[in-house]
Design a protein around this ligand. Sequence first.
Ligand code: BGC
Length: 392
Amino acid sequence: MKSNLLLILAAGIVGLSACTNNSNKTTTSNADSDSVSTTVMIPDSSNFSATIDGKQAGLYVLKNKNNVQVAITNYGGRIVSILVPDKDGKIVDVALGYDKVAGYQQANEPYFGALIGRYGNRIGKATFTLDGKAYNLPANDNGQSLHGGPKGFHAQVWDAKKVNDYTLELSRVSVDGEEGYPGNLTVKVIYTLTDDNAIKMDYSATTDKTTVLNLTNHCYFNLNGEGNGDINDHILTINASKFTPVDATLIPTGELKDVAGTPFDFTKPTAIGARVNADDEQLKMGKGYDHNFVLTDGSKNLKQAAFVVGPKTGITLEVLTNEPGIQFYGGNFLDGKLNDCKGGKPYQHRTGFCLETQHFPDSPNKPSFPSTTLKPGETYQTSTLYKFGVQK
Ligand code: BGC
């Protein structure tokens, strides 16, 4: 037993430091035996030490009093690893990703774990008009703009300030015209790992010209552990009685459709895979779930948007936000072709899901949707929490 305690202690000490040269190894003892049952790793921070576009990238590790650890790189503000205990106290990494920064740079899926901006999800025909002026964006998705463009926030090195063991501040100025968007935008995102096992993300921004903004996080989760099978068995609840149907280019039609009586009804806990192959036009459009849900509580209060359980581990994820919508994306485009994922495991079809809190896709072209316009003198402010627990 002593040796296990020492290992846990050692893991704790290593975990306290950001940008160390060693991997942060967390080990747990099996309650019934003296043997170490699991070893999950925070990637070696030296694999994240790189100069990208003249700026220093690194890996920052947050740790709370429960020994939960979250690793974040300032390359794209990405959540790299989330180490949480399962129902037996075994430590599991529930975030998909890479164990080196080069993996994120080369991936044909560029959004693993990423901070998305300036505009989460799609803008139709990669264009919008503000105050009578048309703005054209890089069309990086089948003629549409997706996730802020190819050099969006996910592909930028952010200025990083590790405030303490559990807080990381990322900031940058996105200059006027970056990826086609107007205004010099000063953005800050504060990641806090709380002692009740939540990753809190506080986004704020100001602009010197009227612009549009919709920030989110694109973490892929697998609550049974990354690389541990598909997510179809996960039990999902989304507190939304409507969703925004899309056309063949995944741009919302503008309609708010009732989920009742459709495979989009997650108002009661339901397995993700239970209806994913149903004969449904919207599921065909999205190649599965890839839709924005309209939160029933559309207020600016922090409220529960979604709750997910990974049945193999009992690990739960509660998503809280003050945003009006959430994109539920079921990993439909993961195809096992991504090499060099964490632990060398390829991520197959639907082995991760995203719950991206947001304003609705294509809002700049949909006057009936809640506005994403940010004006000089205003402060953009949103918060989202990914809170982890266990269900026995
Ligand atoms: C979008 C998907 C897209 C994916 C890229 C999601 O937010 O809704 O359509 O393929 O991001 O990773």
